[in-house]
Design a protein around this ligand. Structure first.
Ligand SMILES: NC(=O)C1=CN([C@@H]2O[C@H](COP(=O)(O)OP(=O)(O)OC[C@H]3O[C@@H](n4cnc5c(N)ncnc54)[C@H](O)[C@@H]3O)[C@@H](O)[C@H]2O)C=CC1
Ligand SMILES: O=C(O)CCC(=O)C(=O)O
Length: 446
């Protein structure tokens, strides 16, 4: 009781430290430290919210800095007998609110700075969604298309061997991200279980027939749709059925979001992937496009649409633009070209600080990544709970619970934004920073 009182008074004191104490980075300092690195961009947005909260410098450092960074080299023997090495990373940003949690990305351009930024975003995302996890992210610098399935399996198992001492069902729980799917999670679970015994809760996003959860595969896209619905409702802009959508990225997140927007009556005008883009002013037949791609055919060759230059996807006129691919695509230049009323960030880190400033200036409302794509980790949390209970929920129950979490989280962000007159991104970071800070202070530092 005494300890709790001490924490509370510490927290109250922290809240009253003023900008004049000199330890706060004020907006005036931002320009000097801005670089184009992913983690500098993420820290820019965090500092913008910290300026609202007026926390002292030492606490800011704690919130900004990852707790652990693991760098490993993975060596595999390829099918042709040659050996190849790959750099791999796991950054554990914060576990103040619960075990580290976040996806694994396989991408040739992955580096430590990217993973650092994505791990930090996970800390704030789990706090915004109010699920009992911290934040982490992992990545392997590999183009998975250059490896056979057997080689990918070896690589994933090598990753587990390298990380087995820092991951675990109550320590750090990976999940899918770009270019990883239920299959990689199944290999991860199997390899980890060789060292630690049967441990399905060590990863989420597993196949449904191997301790995965119904609804996890579609969850990030479905959550994006629920998030958009709440934004349209709150801003009095109408409903999904009245709106047109353009989506960059047609992988797990983009394709599911497109399909569910269409199921709810929305018109998906254009989508793109890394190799092309397709447009139909009457609205694309999304299910047909997914079937076309499942047959191994290129997106841009879908016969029920017109192939367009993928560089024009972000400037294609629509009501709601959904970046659902890679980071940093909306910069100062592309932001000037956007012809949408809303940008709904299904991807992680799609907007640079410069791009964000342009969107604000142009009156385009941005629904931030740390909320919009939080449906994925929310259903990962449901999967983890089901694994720990050795129990299975029906898909309908998963989707209803996801809807509730997305709706409630939106309400909290919207309220902060209205009260403090902040953009939704800053409001989301304010909510997350308060929640993580409270956890740190209640737990103590010794
Ligand atoms: N899978 C998940 O549950 C979650 C994913 N995210 C984020 O959503 C985004 C997409 O992830 P996934 O759909 O899982 O990945 P994915 O690997 O399934 O799909 C990625 C899509 O983006 C396209 N793409 C890649 N580079 C591109 C480029 N330069 N221009 C246009 N399109 C490009 C790919 O061709 C593919 O269509 C990422 O930013 C990821 O971090 C966020 C939360 C959860
Ligand atoms: O499902 C998860 O645990 C995390 C997914 C992820 O990597 C993300 O939300 O960016």
């Amino acid at each position: 009781m005494l300890a709790l009182r001490r924490c509370r008074s510490l927290f109250n004191n922290l809240r009253t430290v003023s900008v004049a104490s000199g330890s706060i980075v004020t907006p005036a300092n931002y320009g000097q430290e801005r670089t184009n690195s992913a983690s500098a961009n993420t820290n820019f947005f965090i500092r913008e919210a910290l300026a609202e909260l007026e926390y002292p410098g030492k606490l800011q450092r704690l919130l900004l800095t990852p707790e652990r960074e693991v760098l490993v080299e993975l060596v595999i023997t390829k099918d042709n007998g040659e050996i190849e090495t790959f750099n791999a990373y796991r950054v554990q940003h914060s576990n103040s609110r619960g075990p580290y949690k976040g996806g694994l990305r396989y991408h040739p351009q992955v580096d430590l700075d990217d993973i650092r930024s994505l791990a930090s975003l996970m800390t704030w995302k789990t706090a915004v969604m109010d699920i009992p996890f911290g934040g982490a992210k992992g990545g392997v610098a590999v183009d998975p298309k250059t490896l056979s399935e057997r080689e990918l399996e070896k690589l994933t198992r090598k990753l587990v061997q390298a990380l087995k001492d820092v991951v675990g069902p109550t320590a750090d729980i990976p999940a899918p991200d770009m270019n990883t799917s239920a299959q990689e999670m199944a290999w991860f679970f199997d390899e980890y279980s060789k060292f630690s015994g049967f441990s399905p809760a060590v990863v989420t996003g597993k196949p449904v027939n191997l301790h995965g959860s119904h609804g996890r595969e579609a969850a990030t896209g479905r959550g994006t749709v629920f998030a958009t619905r709440e934004l349209l409702r709150a801003t009095g802009a109408g409903q999904i059925a009245d709106k047109t959508f353009v989506i960059q990225g047609f992988g797990n997140v983009g394709a599911w979001a497109a399909e569910i927007f269409q199921d709810m009556g929305g018109k998906v005008l254009a989508v793109s992937d890394a190799f092309g883009a397709i447009y139909n002013e009457q609205g694309l037949n999304v299910k047909g496009l997914r079937k076309h791609m499942a047959e191994g055919k290129p997106l841009k060759e879908f016969p029920e649409g017109e192939a367009i230059d993928p560089k024009t996807i972000l400037s294609t006129p629509c009501d709601v633009l959904v970046p659902a691919a890679i980071g940093n695509v909306i910069d100062a230049a592309t932001a000037e070209l956007i012809d949408a009323k809303y940008v709904v960030e299904a991807a992680n880190g799609p907007t640079t600080p410069e791009g964000d400033a342009v969107l604000r200036k142009r009156g385009i409302t941005v629904l931030p990544d740390i909320y919009t794509n939080g449906g994925g980790v929310t259903v990962s949390f449901f999967e983890w709970v089901q694994n720990l209970q050795n129990f299975r929920w029906e898909e309908d129950e998963v989707n209803k619970r996801l809807d509730r979490v997305m709706t409630e989280s939106f309400g909290h962000i919207w309220e902060i934004a209205q009260q403090k007159k902040l953009p939704l991104r800053t409001a989301a970071f304010v909510k997350a920073l308060q929640s993580v800070t409270r956890a740190h202070l209640h737990r103590g530092f010794d």
